[in-house]
Design a protein around this ligand. Structure first.
Ligand code: NAD
Length: 474
């Protein structure tokens, strides 16, 4: 753990194993923190808050800029560690580490645009809207993109003058810890950022419930998000929730098919399908459906499943054996209930490596029944359900028929279709002829059960500040 800038063991002395999902081997033992450790971290954050909040945003930004440079320098070590604990192919881990540096650089660059606003009102009144730090904040992150999501929260929170306690996921805590250390090497004063490892049900809940923590930013499943929201409601703590998704991808008959196939493959199988904004439901227009499915299954067949550290691997394992078994059971149910046709994959690949690792073959299921869990639940793994549609109206209705609303994409050459889809799709982000890309410059978040509030963009500066209005009469 990292408390007040120092590495610490758990006060109980207990540990948790971190395993490489490709081999099952234990790669690290991390402290199994509990509420005592969490309290120590919050105290450190409380102590550090006044001085950090008083500094110039420009000085705070410099720390983020230096941290970004260190992260870039260490890209290969950080990426290798990320692959070992999370499973993704090294190339994707490098992308994520560079994306993390991009986020810190972006917020470092915003430091000088962080300004209070002034206006003159009738009656000789001057108004000021001041952006003040919230104080001590909490960040709870999942295991699927542990580096990037750390940066989405810590970057703007720290720039805005807050202090923070981060709770990483227990199956991918090493990269967030290494990133926090980069921030200290970059000049962060002790206690401004603290990382407490340990179970969500103890450390996570205690972080959300602690009265000193004025804002919680949570990224994870919708089920846990609901618990976080209920707990935060007790004391009206500010919350941002980035939750699950079941993103639709609509492929119209006039789309560039090769681009759409490449987009579907990247959109679904990147990070072994474990991305909140992965393509989780694909709708293809009847007229081109057979040809599209033929090209899709051919392209999926070319993915090389293996240990993310091996050159040539294009899809790694799932993050845990339990997640692999869940996906396997889901496909068994589809077969038993005749809810679709497995057109590619659909099984645990053979071979001894596959037995040790959490591998599952990249899977395509066509002609999926509307009641199938593949369409109604968030499937966090490499399974793509494909459904045919005839009109744009029908596609949009099917796409919106979900309790989630994170992202959605439409693939077409027709400007009218673009306008219609952008207007009617219920999602926090709509992509046209692309999917998955989330640059730090634009706000990101979901509608419906996919979340509450936005991260990224200049909007994050407001989200991590308290606005105080001051009215002055001379
Ligand atoms: P999860 O909800 O199980 O865990 C997320 C984090 O919450 C972990 O650190 C966990 O330890 C902690 N936690 C667990 N129980 C808790 C509790 N009762 N109180 C407080 N904290 C608790 O999610 P996961 O399986 O790690 O991540 C996958 C999910 O995250 C998927 O649903 C995915 O869509 C979602 N996700 C969303 C986004 C987004 O930006 N919308 C991004 C990435 C992942």
């Amino acid at each position: 753990m990292l408390i007040a800038g120092e590495r610490r063991e758990a006060s109980s002395g207990r540990t948790l194993d971190v395993k490489n999902p490709a081999t099952g081997e234990v790669i690290a033992r991390i402290p199994r923190g509990d509420t005592d450790d969490l309290r120590a971290a919050i105290e450190a954050a409380v102590t550090a808050a006044p001085d950090w909040g008083d500094r110039l945003a420009r000085d705070r930004g410099k720390v983020l800029g230096r941290a970004a440079a260190l992260i870039r320098e260490r890209t290969s070590q950080l990426a290798e560690q990320l692959t070992r604990e999370q499973g993704k192919p090294l190339r994707e881990a490098v992308d994520e580490v560079q994306g993390t540096a991009n986020v810190f650089e972006y917020y470092a660059g915003l430091a000088s645009s962080f300004a209070d606003t002034r206006l003159r009102l009738p009656g000789g009144i001057d108004a000021e809207v001041r952006y003040e730090p919230i104080g001590v904040t909490g960040a709870i992150i999942p295991w699927n993109m542990p580096a990037l999501l750390f940066a989405w929260k810590a970057g703007p929170a720290i720039l805005c003058g807050n202090t923070q306690v981060v709770k990483p996921a227990s199956s991918a805590p090493l990269t967030p810890l290494a990133l926090a250390e980069c921030m200290y090497e970059a000049g962060l004063p002790p206690g401004v950022l603290n990382v407490v490892t340990g179970p969500g049900e103890t450390v996570g809940e205690a972080l959300v419930a602690h009265p000193a923590v004025r804002k919680i930013s949570f990224t994870g499943s919708s089920a846990t998000g609901r618990q976080v929201m209920a707990l935060a409601a007790d004391r009206v703590a500010r919350i941002t929730l980035e939750l699950g998704g079941s993103d639709p991808m609509i492929v119209c008959a006039d789309a560039d098919l090769d681009r759409a196939v490449a987009g579907a493959v990247a959109g679904r199988y990147y990070n072994c399908g474990q991305v909140c904004t992965a393509v989780k439901r694909l709708f293809v227009q009847e007229r081109i459906a057979d040809e599209f499915i033929r090209r899709l299954t051919t392209s999926v067949g070319r993915l090389r499943v293996g240990n993310g550290l091996d050159t040539g691997t294009t899809m790694g394992p799932l993050n845990t054996m339990a997640a692999r078994d869940q996906i396997d059971a889901m496909i068994d149910r589809v077969r038993e209930r005749d809810e679709g046709t497995v057109a590619a994959g659909g099984e645990v690949p053979g071979g001894s490596a596959a037995r040790e690792g959490a591998f599952f073959a990249p899977t395509v299921v066509t002609d999926v029944a509307p009641e199938s869990a593949l369409l109604t639940e968030e499937v966090f793994g490499p399974v793509l359900p494909v459904v045919r549609f005839s009109t744009l109206d029908e596609a949009i209705r099917l796409a919106n028929d979900s309790r989630f609303g994170l992202g959605a994409s439409v693939w077409t050459r027709d400007p009218g279709t673009v306008r219609e889809a952008a207007r009617r799709l219920q999602a926090g982000i709509v992509w046209v002829n692309l999917h998955l890309k989330v640059p730090p410059e634009v706000p990101f978040g979901g509608v419906k059960e996919s979340g509450l509030g936005r991260e990224n963009g200049v909007q994050a500066l407001q989200a991590w500040s308290e606005e105080k209005t001051v009215l002055l009469r001379a």
